[in-house]
Ligand binder design. Structure first.
Ligand SMILES: [Zn+2]
Length: 310
């Protein structure tokens, strides 16, 4: 009953507005080192709720509707960043079950079997065999999950805005200091990206190395943007139309230099991580997104509806 009321209210509020949801991973089981990533069970009720009360569209359809100002009420797109293997193995079957179109933005460098720097840090700190972590600043004890999470968070914060090469070097050094070998690959290989595309999921580009674009000079930004597009087009033999800015906060993580290169590369849409909805007057190369993290359906529903409020 409440949900029906919300659905009705949502249809009124949600006219001409598009919400684009951001996901990264969908975990087969809860991971205490990644407490905010949805599990398969949570993702399933979220998709069920979208299918029931919202109007899920592919990004390509949504962009057409934005251009023509013909968006249906409660329009929503589902997107995933980075190219995690569990998008194929865990999320895709659920998306198919509820007939929900989705877009996965792939950072092409990681499909060569490397994990992203943040996952390498989280896996190292969350390794139950380790009881201490050596850093250049000393040794930290790792015991319960909160202490492991805190150690990982601190390292992530320290390294996030370093230039890519320095950041990778710092993570390599951390692995050496702790005598660590790489953990299981988490990203899709090129063949897995092809498999995902074959199920009907749209593949978008997300740069090659996932740098903070604003920290690069203009030429290097162009290179990162084009490289991911070209590699994916060669792999999938189709035009790659959609792009996601790494980290994605407009002004902080990228600026108009990147937007221009994205336009020149021929993308029809690009998404940011600034919250909110998009309308016919939102620039197509700066579509807004929104992360739903609630662990209860009603809260998720309300928060999603709230995203359509002016
Ligand atoms: Zn990303």
């Amino acid at each position: 009953m409440l949900s029906q009321l919300l659905s009705f209210g949502g249809r009124l509020l949600g006219r001409g507005k598009l919400s684009i949801l951001i996901y990264h991973q969908v975990l087969a089981e809860f991971d205490p080192m990644r407490p905010t990533e949805p599990t398969a069970a949570a993702f399933e009720w979220q998709m069920q709720l979208l299918a029931r009360y919202f109007t899920p569209l592919s990004l390509t359809e949504a962009v057409e509707h934005l251009k023509n100002n013909t968006l249906p009420a409660n329009a929503v797109c589902v997107t995933f960043d980075d190219g995690y293997l569990n998008n194929l193995t865990v999320a895709q079957p659920i998306l198919a079950k509820y007939n929900i179109p989705a877009t996965v933005y792939v950072a092409t460098a990681f499909s060569q079997g490397n994990n992203m720097w943040n996952d390498r840090i989280i896996d190292l700190c969350g390794d139950p065999k380790r009881t201490e972590l050596n850093t250049t600043q000393g040794t930290t004890m790792l015991h319960d999950w909160p202490s492991r999470l805190a150690a990982a968070q601190q390292l992530l914060k320290q390294l996030k805005y370093l230039p890519v090469a320095e950041r990778l070097q710092a993570v390599d050094q951390l692995y050496q200091l702790n005598n660590a070998t790489e953990y299981a690959a988490k990203m899709m290989t090129p063949i897995q990206v092809q498999q995902l595309a074959a199920t009907g999921v749209t593949i978008g580009a997300h740069t090659h190395n996932h740098p903070i674009l604003k920290s690069l000079d203009a030429k290097a930004q162009q290179q990162e943007i084009l490289q991911s597009k070209t590699l994916l087009e060669q792999l999938l033999q189709q035009k790659i139309e959609h792009f996601a800015y790494p980290n994605g906060v407009a002004g902080r993580d990228f600026d108009e230099i990147a937007v221009n290169w994205v336009q020149q590369a021929g993308f029809t849409s690009a998404v940011v991580t600034d919250w909110g909805y998009s309308t016919a007057s939102t620039p197509l190369l700066k579509l807004k997104r929104f992360t739903p993290w609630d662990n209860q359906p009603l809260k998720f529903h309300l928060r999603l509806l709230k995203n359509y409020l002016p």
